[in-house]
Design a protein around this ligand. Structure first.
Ligand code: ZN
Length: 251
């Protein structure tokens, strides 16, 4: 007996569309088009694991892992543009299923990180450091060989060479500048610099518990710092995160 396709609540549709930033996660086509003064819906909700699998789908998906919940659970639903939905549901292959499931897992991970970013606090002085970095950062070079060795020892996990080299460059160029900024904060409010370091450590401990790669943890830390500093740039947040790698709060 086939399972009925439910009518989704407006809040569910809103949450699913906002999860994909209102574009089809397969091709980037906007999910809404404006005609005259009205928005027109240009998507459908797709079931990642089929709601009523055909015998052919059952055969190719035999033993495949499903996302948690039933077929109509939000974890198994994703908005797609009409073309991508049609393509996905026509002659489905195992690769199609795995690719869409992977996209959904990444989106669910991003949702989880947004909640963590909100829950984990960092003192607002972090914005002062970011402002200083963006407006008056001076380069005081640390011995590049020494930095490279230190960073290589800490980053032996899964992290790209590109990110590792950027961390080394940022530490070598701006470690002393960020340390001086923290010292200034500590002078003004004793204990504040230590508190910031502890908050970074706490955030790292949470990330480590999620069994993420070093690459993901570093990127999530950059995202977290950025989320606490409305006027900050990703570049400056990466410099602050690199500082905490060298300072041992991260990794
Ligand atoms: Zn599409």
């Amino acid at each position: 007996m086939s399972v009925a396709r439910p009518t989704f609540k407006p809040t569910t549709l809103l949450a699913l569309c906002s999860q994909v930033n209102q574009v089809c996660p397969k091709c980037g086509r906007p999910l809404f088009i404006k005609k005259a003064k009205n928005w027109v819906k240009d998507y459908e909700i797709a079931h990642i694991y089929p709601l009523n699998p055909t015998p052919a789908e059952l055969a190719i998906l035999l033993g495949e892992q499903k996302l948690s919940g039933g077929p109509n659970d939000e974890c198994n639903l994703i908005p797609l543009c009409f073309t991508c939905h049609k393509l996905y549901d026509t002659d489905k292959t195992l690769e199609d299923y795995r690719a869409l499931k992977k996209i959904k897992e990444r989106l669910l991970g991003q949702d989880a990180q947004r909640r963590i970013q909100y829950e984990y606090q960092i003192e607002s002085d972090i914005a002062t450091i970011m402002d200083a970095l963006m407006s008056e950062a001076t380069t005081e070079i640390l011995d590049a060989d020494y930095v490279a060795k230190e960073i290589d020892t800490k980053l032996e996990g899964e992290i790209s060479n590109l990110t590792k080299q950027k961390i080394k460059n940022d530490v070598s160029s701006f470690y002393l500048f960020v340390r001086n900024q923290l010292a200034e904060i500590e002078k003004t409010v004793p204990g504040q610099g230590v508190l910031i370091a502890m908050q970074v450590k706490l955030f790292y401990t949470k990330q480590k518990g999620l069994k993420l790669t070093q690459q993901q943890i570093f990127q999530n830390t950059v995202g977290w710092i950025l989320s606490k500093t409305p006027n900050g740039t990703e570049e400056a947040a990466a410099v602050v995160a690199a500082f905490f790698v060298q300072n041992c709060e991260l990794f």
